[in-house]
Design a protein around this ligand. Structure first.
Ligand code: KG4
Ligand code: ZN
Length: 358
């Protein structure tokens, strides 16, 4: 089974061809093309929706063509065409979805509208031999959730953030420290030679029951600390690289501490529900490429006797291989969509949540 996937919900225009017969029990990535709009958004310090939509429109044809060429296959070889149907910036989702619909129609292939979050959620099954059910920590620019994953379309939400997403916290911290956009990788790089123990930042929600997250208090604490420590005017920062590194390292340690605490509670809950049937923790989303966090979760799962699966960083940040793979998974179950599928700016994974609550 071979599926073309298209991703265009944020600032990456991406296309990939994926098959279902990989060597490690997962899938095979036959091509994976990502055009990053980073340079187009950098002057604004964040993603500008209008610029993103126009850029997707300019690049999508070339990116799809490249993915097909790299795969060595023709459109006629495809068993399905998958595209992100939401959640995300609606202009971009429309561009990807329209492209997928046109290809599906012309080549008489089924269309699969994929929830972007499901793409992240199932990536571990593309890269590794992972069976359902498993516990998922989804950490991206727009989300921070712990979920029970029982199958495509079958998710139970254990906890979510009550304010900011974790990637957002990284991006805002980077801004406060005068680090370049995008913030996550910049904070991780700055933290590399920083002292995580120099500043004691709050580890939000730690010790509380349940699996919810909160990052706005930590953000405020970082803002105060930066104000106190970095005395140079904002446009001259980083004034003191040592201070910036130490704050970045302290922030990263606080985030990891909080995520580990919440995940520990989720492991307990997951164990009560599934017993020994499910002893796997999977991490996904852009923030999952953070090595410090991966190490902290490795320590947690060692302690708790769980298997830990973290896809390679390039498949944690936005890409189309994950969309193609979710397409494969859905196609296997006969879960296809009509050509009149309407893109959804909001689309929660847990079907028991009302649409609009994502
Ligand atoms: O999943 P993703 O690529 O896009 C969304 O669906 O949101 O995640 C992007 C987020 C951004 O907030 C970015 O700063 C963060 O992931 N990120 C990181 C790292 N790489 C990307 N955060 C921490 N450490 C990283 N190495
Ligand atoms: Zn994403």
């Amino acid at each position: 089974m071979i599926v073309l996937g298209i991703e265009s919900s944020c600032d990456e225009t991406a296309a990939a061809v994926v098959g279902d017969n990989g060597v490690r029990g997962g899938g095979a990535v036959l091509s994976n093309v990502v055009y990053s709009q980073l340079e187009e958004h950098r002057p604004y310090g964040g993603v500008v929706p209008e610029i993103a939509a126009r850029s997707h429109l300019s690049h999508i044809d070339g990116v799809v063509e490249q993915a097909m060429t790299d795969s060595g296959l023709g459109f006629g070889d495809l068993d399905g065409v998958a595209a992100t149907g939401g959640p995300g910036l609606i202009g971009g989702v429309l561009v990807g979805m329209m492209t997928a619909k046109a290809i599906a129609l012309v080549h008489d292939a089924p269309l699969i509208a994929v929830n972007h979050l499901e793409g992240h959620a199932l990536t571990a099954r593309l890269t590794d031999d992972v069976s359902f059910p498993y516990l998922l920590l989804l950490v991206s620019g727009g989300h921070c959730q712990l979920l029970d994953v029982a199958g495509p379309g079958q998710y139970t939400l254990y906890g979510t953030t009550i304010d900011d997403a974790v990637g957002e916290a990284f991006d805002k911290t980077a801004k406060l420290l005068g680090l370049p956009y995008p913030g996550g990788p910049a904070v991780e790089a700055a933290a590399q030679d920083g002292d995580p123990d120099r500043f004691r930042l709050p580890r939000p929600m730690t010790g509380r029951p349940g699996c919810d997250f909160s990052f706005s208090g930590l953000k405020t604490a970082v803002a105060r600390l930066a104000e106190r420590t970095l005395t140079a005017p904002a446009d001259e920062r980083p004034a003191n690289e040592r201070d910036v590194s130490d704050i970045a390292a302290s922030f990263q340690a606080a985030v990891a501490g909080s995520l580990v605490d919440r995940t520990r509670n989720a492991i307990r809950r997951h164990g009560e529900t599934h017993g020994l049937e499910s002893r796997t923790l999977v991490i996904a989303g852009g923030v999952a490429s953070n090595q410090y966090l991966r190490n902290a979760l490795t320590a947690l799962t060692d302690e708790e006797g769980l298997r830990f699966v973290a896809p390679p960083p390039a498949l944690c940040t936005d890409n189309a291989a994950m969309i193609a793979w979710a397409g494969v998974e859905r196609l296997r179950l006969g879960l296809t969509d009509d050509l009149d599928f309407a893109p959804r700016p909001r689309w929660p994974l847990d079907a028991t949540l009302k649409q609009g609550a994502a």
